[in-house]
Design a protein around this ligand. Sequence first.
Ligand code: PEP
Length: 252
Amino acid sequence: MSRRPYIAANWKMNKTAAEADEFLDAFLPTQSAGGPEGVICPTYLALARVAERCAGTPVGSAAQNMHFEDSGAFTGEVSAPMLLDLGVDAVILGHSERRQLFGETDEALARKVRRAIEAGLQPILCVGETEAERRSNDTDAVLSHQVLTDLAEVHDADLAKVVIAYEPIWAIGTGLTATPEQAQESIQFIRNLLRGRDTAVADRVRILYGGSVKPANAAELLALPDVDGALVGGAALDPDDFGAIVAAAPAE
Ligand code: PEP
């Protein structure tokens, strides 16, 4: 089953709108149709600019979070209709920094994933274990709980609209990368969980690896049979490094 590679740049709390423009000036001219699906995830404040600049190019734009309600008394939040209004294509949900630092729960994520799909935004759902959970052999249990709970409100027929990012927390921003064996094993495990929901759809869901992906290790990780792309943090701040990672993705 061939799946189009998906490479997402998670800028986290980095880059003003002017700095986003500088990145796009260098990056967008290097991208052509028919390559991997590339998506830039800036802060909310640079999102309008990035969505506007990426419209009509092979590169998409994504938010780093959203609320499951469309409007209301939720100070500091943004909703799916607001993102769509800017022309945004996708939304990262459940990044480990939001789970660990801002109390994101799997129950809220189940509602967010459902709302994103209903609204027509592509959810990029992040899952992954801590270092302690891996050491105590709890990786599979943690992944099972996160994947099954967070996707509980998605109809089987809609599962392929979700992009899943397997991000071992011990590998994010640490310079430690999962070995190719660890990445393949956990991503294959996630795909098998999806087979429990729907065998045919499981083969169509794109599952990314995230955690210290760099130009030097991207080709090896992206060539793994169940790895369909990458969610890139630090190395995505530089247009040349991110361009090299996109270029390392195999053809569909
Ligand atoms: C991330 O932001 O999800 C991430 C994987 O970061 P880094 O590539 O810096 O480890």
